[in-house]
Design a protein around this ligand. Structure first.
Ligand code: GGG
Length: 351
């Protein structure tokens, strides 16, 4: 038997509390099948905690997380706590403190899933979005002046560093090298006059080290159109923090919806724990009804298994998801009637 992998579990808010147990159920099934051991520690860090303590996590929260092999997170945000408070109080500090500079978000039309795009099949929709995850447009630099007056000013600085841009570009090129050898860059260097031309310059410079990779770049506006009209053009797509965030909601929308979308916040150097979470948020409108789709969370668990060096277990979980969707057991967001726990149990059984 292998050593236990220590996983910090933060279910968070809203449907996070419903989909995380299904992710854990499937991880338990995978551990039995593949002789793995997981040691889960549940951390009750959420908007509820904020309401009680004024903080999303304890002051030593990041130090507590440092010793884990990974973090398995559900969703963050709930009415009553402003979204920027909940995000900057939990998710973003974790990504930054643990240098999770890659947010990897697969877009793939799984078996049994419908795409809203006419005449498209699984062969057309299979790409990876690499989102820069620690700088860019998500920056604390800026401020507000003259609040509440007619002269009120809000300023927000975007930060691109050579080190930060190059490392995420290199990750994307390396990933493309293992796939279909094609990398697309999301830019907006016509309108954003300083940071985006810099991003393009670095993309061209790093590309010189990867002569075997075909490259192209599109302004973000037309790129969104191409995702819909030509999803088959893409293999790996790399974008800044904001562009990657937007593209990775659009991508899943063509592959069955945001409820199935997984993500991995990776520190590729493995100096710190990486974090695995569905792309979706806490969805307060459907929270507490046992109808949320657990697939995004379960697929994120598969990405965590991959990160742990267990590709067979990861593939088995994805195959189990596909067996269940192909069998027609689906939550209401996919047009079905199944509950969150029914889908989770079926996927665990299929593993
Ligand atoms: N699954 C985590 C979650 O709640 N995400 C919602 C969200 O708004 N995330 C923002 C981000 O990924 O930057």
């Amino acid at each position: 038997m292998k050593n236990a992998l220590k996983i910090a579990v933060i279910a968070g808010d809203g449907i996070g509390k419903e989909v995380v147990p299904e992710g854990l159920r499937v991880l338990d099934a995978a551990s039995r099948k593949f002789d793995l051991r997981f040691d889960f520690t549940h951390l009750d860090w959420s908007c509820e905690t904020f309401a009680k303590t004024g903080k999303m996590m304890p002051p030593d929260g990041l130090d507590q997380l440092r010793g884990y092999d990974a973090i398995f997170l559900g969703a963050v945000g709930f009415p009553g706590v402003p979204d920027h408070v909940s995000l900057w109080g939990l998710l973003i500090p974790i990504r930054r403190a643990f240098r999770q500079f890659v947010n990897l978000r697969p877009v793939r039309l799984l078996k049994g899933m419908d795409t809203p795009l006419k005449n498209r099949t699984a062969a057309d929709i299979d790409f990876m979005i690499v989102r820069e995850n620690t700088e860019g447009e998500y920056s604390e630099i800026g401020g507000r002046l003259y609040r509440g007056t007619d002269q009120e000013i809000a300023v927000q600085e975007t930060v691109f560093t050579k080190q930060g841009v190059d490392r995420v570009l290199r990750y994307a090129f390396d990933l493309a090298a293992k796939r279909r050898k094609h990398l697309t860059s999301a830019t907006k260097s016509n309108g954003i006059i300083h940071t985006m031309p810099f991003w393009d310059e670095r993309f061209a410079a790093v590309a010189k080290d990867y002569p075997g990779i075909k490259t192209d770049q599109y302004h973000i506006d037309i790129l969104t159109s191409h995702f819909v009209r030509h999803p088959d053009w893409f293999d790996v797509v790399v974008g800044s923090n904001l562009f990657g965030d937007i593209l990775s909601d659009l991508g899943p929308a063509i592959a069955g919806g945001i409820g199935i979308a997984p993500s991995a916040n990776l520190d590729p150097t493995r100096s710190f724990p990486s974090m695995f979470e569905p792309v979706h948020g806490s969805a307060p409108d459907i929270a507490g009804k046992n109808i949320a789709n657990p697939i995004g969370q379960i697929w994120s668990a598969a990405m965590m298994l991959d990160h742990f060096g267990e590709p067979q277990a990861a593939a088995a979980v994805v195959a189990a998801i596909e067996a269940v969707t192909e069998g027609g057991l689906k939550t209401p967001d996919l047009g079905g009637k199944a509950s969150t726990s029914e889908v989770g149990k079926a996927i665990a059984a299929a593993v």
